[in-house]
Design a protein around this ligand. Structure first.
Ligand SMILES: [Zn+2]
Ligand SMILES: [Zn+2]
Length: 365
């Protein structure tokens, strides 16, 4: 307790979700510990996960446990105050919402959680925290973050591209499992939503898989048209029995379509192929295990990302061609957020009018 008294504090204007569809402004007081810096969030995007809290589309127990809470986990900001030489006031940074528990603790490795002890990735840490999911997120004027979760934005990467880093890092984390195979593989991506788009874009621009080796499957032709760097097929028209075979399939559909997508992927995978699962579904999903066995298919699940997934993504984002592809998912207008009412309106609009493009919030504190 004694060293807490010595700590600097900072006040933050937070837009907290109190209960579904009710957001209130409150002042939170944060302690600033020696390994932390103070950030002012500037640009952010709304995720489906935020909307599930906002609309109350989560189990009531989860809501009771996690609210009140400031939402938003996809965002960037500027450094306001830092005692660390690698960060100076005014510097633009990406915020890593996944704050590991074990590796930031002073405990030695024997005391770490099973996931961290095994080294499978900090995104699976059982003691970690995640902004906007049980911990106050980016919708506040001052965020206090461990330096480990603050990534400088290269000069060549503009804000509206950098704001996509968290989303892209989730694809990067998933694709790392097949990094070696991607050098020569034929790849199929299932899903024409934002996750499918950003994953396919990364396969092409970061892993350099050429258009003739990358096919995207979707259900809506207007969305599919956006994937100009890949071959494109509508699932309802495609002949999965006689179509070309692939070595890697990535499922980015989630929800009630993931069963179809997974089984179509199994159908077109070559023996020894890889199936990466990225779509979130609440229901159990029946899958064709016979063909998984017969083909010796490896299925890999992946969730979230860690701070070490960010620098390679930001490095790739310097590429003007990659930026051009990423811009297609960003609307021309950013929504200015000056008040709690404007924040509330932005969330309720995003919930009512689902859009293929991301909703980008520009915080003016
Ligand atoms: Zn998200
Ligand atoms: Zn851990």
């Amino acid at each position: 307790m004694n060293d807490l008294i010595q700590l600097k504090t900072v006040q933050s204007r937070a837009f907290r979700l109190i209960r579904p569809q009710v957001i209130e402004e409150t002042i939170i007081e944060h302690f600033v510990r020696p390994h932390e810096v103070i950030i002012e969030p500037t640009l952010a995007s709304i995720c489906h996960a935020d909307l599930r809290y906002y609309t109350g589309n989560r189990r009531p127990e989860a809501l009771v446990k996690k609210l009140p809470m400031a939402l938003i986990h996809e965002g960037i900001g500027v450094i306001i105050d830092s005692t660390h030489p690698e960060f100076s006031p005014g510097q633009r940074v990406v915020i890593v919402p996944n704050i590991p528990g074990c590796s930031l603790s002073k405990e030695n490795i024997e005391e770490w959680c099973p996931a961290c002890k095994k080294g499978i990735g900090e995104n699976y840490c059982l003691r970690g925290r995640f902004l906007g999911s049980g911990t106050d997120g980016i919708a506040q004027s001052r965020l206090v973050m461990p330096t480990k979760c603050v990534i400088p934005i290269p000069e060549q990467v503009p804000d509206e591209i950098a704001v996509l880093t968290e989303l892209c890092s989730v694809s990067y984390q998933a694709l790392q499992h097949v990094e070696k195979q991607l050098q020569t593989a034929r790849v199929a991506v299932f899903g024409d939503g934002p996750v499918g788009y950003l994953t396919a874009a990364m396969i092409h621009h970061l892993y350099r898989v050429s258009q003739d080796h990358l096919r995207v499957f979707g259900a809506i032709s207007e969305k599919l048209d956006q994937f100009q760097f890949a071959e494109r097929s509508l699932v309802q028209d495609y002949d999965f029995n006689n179509g070309e075979k692939v070595d890697i399939a990535v499922e980015c559909t989630g929800g009630r379509f993931s069963s179809n997508a997974i089984n179509q992927a199994i159908q077109i995978l070559n023996p020894g192929g890889f199936l990466i699962l990225m779509g979130v579904s609440e229901e159990w999903v029946p899958i064709n295990t016979r063909d998984i066995l017969e083909k010796g298919i490896t299925i890999v699940g992946s969730s979230r990302s860690s701070s070490y997934d960010y620098p390679p993504v930001l490095e790739a984002m310097k590429d003007p061609e990659y930026q051009k592809t990423l811009r297609r998912i960003i609307p021309e207008q950013h929504l200015p957020i000056r008040t709690v009412e404007e924040f509330d309106n932005a969330l309720s609009d995003a919930a009512k009018h689902p859009n293929w493009k991301k909703s980008i919030l520009k915080f003016i504190w």
